[in-house]
Design a protein around this ligand. Structure first.
Ligand SMILES: [Zn+2]
Length: 878
């Protein structure tokens, strides 16, 4: 970041430097007001008579400053000035405080809100059906200030000594192990925890409630416990096993042992995000930590494992070494996303997670980053609250893609050596992106900063156009041109032109051992050893976040490689994703896309189906309003899906591997959408009945595709099935199982039932963390659902705003995204006008992205309808 951008950051005055916080809190699980005091050990850098700290929704009762340098000096506070907009409090002292060491003592009150931020309350029903409450914390990004007055900035690292005064029968957890427990009169106990290492305030954590745990010890001697509310703890064993193994992996890989004496993970009944990496006490959404061995889907297992490996990666990347300011958030998230796959792949190589990366992280990054309303990985953040809008696929997924690309370029050995040097040099400190580049440049001798700059400092990514320049019997020479890829197909204006430093990896059917070449010119040539007429693939293995557009001849050869399965799995997947995006952008003729799609007949790989499914769904959505074209597409889709689904079957087999189960889930969802075979509906009905009779019978209806079974039963049923689903939801005691119901509830055949689903999920019957799943279900169910979700949003925007309140802004982002699906210019104009008249603070960037996506979808639909696929003859020729 430039000096100018840095100078514009809104920070607290630097008169005081915090060194240590001793915070004592008495939570109240009945009245939800906590009493607290904090002693902040500070270095006074400038003699002043006031101090400004972050504070939000705290009521300060008294404050004193005592000097350690000037003996006997103390001064009382005379006033507290709250700035609610800046979320600060300025404490005015009677006298000017002297330079040197001192302590600020503050007595205050705070609230256990129900907004999943700060020191909040979370409720659940215990095994006897009794309503129970626990309190827990969520500080990232800027809610530590709702727990204690503090310097709530990532660079203001300090140590924290936490003490909690609680009812004796409850358990208290924090970042560190207990130091001392003292039993008090009145059935209370005072639990004092050891001091944390130097850390940022956003990593502070406390939980108080009735918990159970399972535990294990890593080979390196760290005690790890996995907590849940009572009665659920057996479901924590899978995550514990992943966690114990993963911590050892990271210890060995980073060369720095996990620095805390213990590592706890806990499932929280109400949780806004997926998980939070608090140092030594990671908090999770229940579905992201707990796995019911008997009923969990393969997707759930994979999700839990990768969330655990993600959060544990943060214990080093983020916690031990932290970004200096929020504009380098990607350093935390991009890295954790890369490592989550790296570590989970080591634990479960049979899951083929690096292949899946192409259809998950890479696909998500390329989708968002092709919009003009995207942002660079390194994004200037002036005020800390702006960071909430960049917890997105750019920071997470594109960040991970760039790290993976650099790993390919500098090689595994230099990558690891650089990382080790980086941790050693910066442990307990703060860094900027350039520090990491330097460590890798030193380790590899390569110009890492120059290479990485074009990917992190400018938004977007290139599309490379590839043509054959010349060809001999054993070599092909390609002409390549790179330009900025935009989702709507528009060209960069002359003053917007940009290029990237591209690591190019090109291979052919007979020469797959491709070397990486670095290219930064706009136009360049490549020589690839290749037998005449065989396929040639640029970005082989998809190590670089970019698109490739091939000449029709080259695409034809690749299409043959798809048909014959000589093109490797991740390239078959990546090629289709590229071609779909290029057709969306009107850069590839629809008939070429459909012809390619047709080559996937007989495909059996799960990862490739993860690319076929979004292609079919995207085309389906674009052609919905065109009956004739829709029919052709459905026929093509059925011809692809039905044989594959038949092979995998509805019934789980003993021999099914993880990927087969994932594939069954994908195929049955596609079957539900595209097959007109009455057998499919009958099968779904039969299995729905078996779930109603006994939800625990996963042999009769495997969990992997229950969402599809529920939606098919509801879509082809009515009020009865709707009520049965609500009853099922209420009878289930597992959030993962309930989530499957919420995902299906919007598929009712009538407007009345869809509205009922939205009313019900926003009535308080469903937790705030979960209600948006049903909005997604309504808007993706059919065109009527799409329109309804939007009109419901318009009518109920105040209700949504009130519900979400000051909770995590990501919830409002999700509601906006799911409520605004559509693909016409008129819809975009209407959405735009609505948000102009009803702006929702903190959602500008998301609204811009939504508008742009609708317009891209509108352009795509028109492009398809005016192309040669509009002729019946084209489909007959397939
Ligand atoms: Zn993370």
């Amino acid at each position: 970041m430039s000096a100018k951008v840095k100078a514009e950051r809104v920070l607290l005055p630097q008169d005081f430097v915090p060194k240590h916080y001793d915070v004592t809190i008495t939570p109240n699980l009945v009245k939800f007001i906590f009493e607290a005091s904090v002693d902040i050990h500070v270095d006074v850098q400038k003699s002043v008579n006031s101090v400004q700290l972050h504070s939000r929704e705290l009521y300060i009762q008294s404050a004193t400053f005592k000097s350690e340098g000037e003996k006997g000096f103390s001064t009382e506070a005379t006033g507290f000035n709250y700035d609610t907009k800046m979320q600060t409090v300025t404490i005015q002292f009677e006298k000017e405080v002297p330079l040197g060491k001192g302590r600020i003592h503050i007595e205050y009150l705070g609230e256990h809100n129900n907004q999943m931020a700060g020191f909040y309350r979370s409720s659940y029903k215990d095994i006897d059906g009794q309503e129970k409450v626990m309190v827990t914390t969520q500080c990232e990004a800027i809610d530590a200030r709702r727990i204690l007055p503090c310097w709530d900035e990532p660079a203001a690292k300090a140590t924290f000594g936490v003490t909690l005064v609680i009812d004796s029968h409850l358990t208290a957890l924090s970042n560190m192990p207990e130091r001392r427990v003292e039993y008090l009169k009145g059935g209370k106990k005072r639990v004092a925890f050891m001091d944390t290492p130097k850390m940022s305030s956003y990593l502070l954590a406390m939980c108080v409630g009735e918990f159970e745990f399972v535990q294990g010890t890593t080979q390196h001697g760290v005690l790890m416990r996995c907590y849940s509310t009572p009665g659920m703890v057996d479901r924590a064993r899978f995550a514990l096993d992943c966690g114990v193994k993963c911590l050892d992996l990271y210890d060995d890989y980073f060369g720095i042992a996990f620095p805390l004496p213990k590592m706890d993970m806990i499932a929280i009944p109400d949780f806004a995000a997926g998980a939070m990496e608090n140092w030594g006490l990671v908090t999770y959404r229940e579905v992201d930590l707990l796995v019911d061995e008997a009923s969990a889907t393969s997707a759930q297992r994979q999700r839990v494992c990768t969330v655990v490996t993600h959060e544990l990666a943060h214990q080093w990347f983020g916690n031990l070494v932290t970004m200096a300011w929020w504009d380098d958030l990607w350093l935390n998230e991009g890295f954790a996303c890369f490592l989550q796959t790296w570590a989970a792949d080591k634990l479960h190589p049979e899951w083929q997670l690096w292949q899946q990366f192409v259809t998950s992280d890479l696909a998500a990054a390329l989708r968002l980053d092709s919009l003009r309303s995207s942002h660079p990985i390194q994004v200037p953040i002036k005020h800390a609250h702006e960071v909430e809008e960049v917890f997105d696929a750019i920071s997470y997924c594109k960040g991970a893609c760039v790290i993976r690309m650099l790993n390919t370029v500098i090689g595994e050995a230099a990558f690891q050596q650089g990382l080790r040097a980086y941790f050693e040099a910066h442990k307990y400190g703060n860094t900027e992106t350039t520090d990491l580049w330097k460590a890798w440049a030193d380790a590899s001798g390569m110009p890492v900063a120059d290479l990485a700059k074009s990917w992190t400092e400018q938004m977007g990514y290139p599309v490379v156009k590839v043509d054959i320049k010349s060809e001999t019997a054993d070599e092909v020479e390609l002409t390549c041109t790179q330009s900025w890829f935009l989702a709507d197909g528009s060209e960069a204006k002359p003053d917007e032109k940009k290029t990237w430093t591209l690591p190019v990896v090109a291979a052919s059917a007979s020469h797959r051992d491709a070397k990486v070449q670095l290219v930064s010119d706009e136009t360049f040539t490549l020589k690839v050893p290749c037998k005449s007429g065989e396929w040639v693939k640029v970005n082989f293995g998809h190590p670089v976040p970019m698109r490739v557009i091939y000449s029709p001849d080259l695409l034809k050869r690749l299409s043959a490689g798809v048909k014959e399965r000589t093109l490797p799995t991740q390239d078959r997947a990546g090629l289709l994703l590229d071609c779909m995006a290029l057709t969306n952008a009107k850069k590839l003729q629809p008939e070429l896309l459909i012809t390619l799609l047709n080559a996937y007949k007989g495909e059996e790989e799960c990862v490739v189906w993860d690319a076929i499914a979004p292609a079919l769904n995207g085309l389906h959505k674009a052609l919905l309003s065109d009956e004739a074209l829709s029919k052709h597409l459905r026929a093509l889709a059925a011809s692809l899906v039905e044989p594959a689904a038949k092979k995998v079957g509805w019934d789980a087999k003993e021999s099914d591997g993880h990927l087969t189960k994932l594939l069954r889930q994908t195929l049955i969802a596609l079957l539900a959408k595209f097959s007109d075979d009455e057998q499919v509906v009958a099968e779904a009905r039969r299995r729905f009945k078996s779930v109603l009779a006994n939800p625990a019978d996963t042999a009769a209806c495997p969990s992997d595709y229950r969402t599809s079974v529920y939606s098919l039963a509801l879509k082809n049923g009515g009020r009865t099935e709707y009520e049965q689903l609500i009853g099922l939801f209420e009878s289930l005691n597992n959030n993962a199982d309930r989530k499957q119901v919420l995902h299906a509830l919007g598929f009712g055949p009538t407007e009345e039932l869809k509205t009922a689903a939205l009313d019900w999920t926003t009535s308080g019957a469903v937790k705030l963390q979960d209600f948006f799943y049903t909005i997604a279900s309504v808007s993706t169910s059919n065109r009527m659902g799409q329109r309804l979700a939007w009109s419901y949003f318009k009518k109920n925007v105040d209700k949504y705003r009130k519900m979400i309140g000051k909770a995590n802004p990501s919830l409002m982002h999700a509601v906006i995204v799911y409520s605004t699906y559509g693909n016409t210019e008129e819809h975009a104009a209407e959405v735009e006008q609505f948000f102009k008249e009803h702006p929702i603070p903190g959602t500008d960037r998301r609204v811009q992205q939504v508008l742009e996506s609708i317009r891209v979808a509108a352009g795509f639909a028109n492009f398809l309808r005016s192309s040669s696929i509009a002729n019946d003859a084209f489909w007959a020729s397939l």
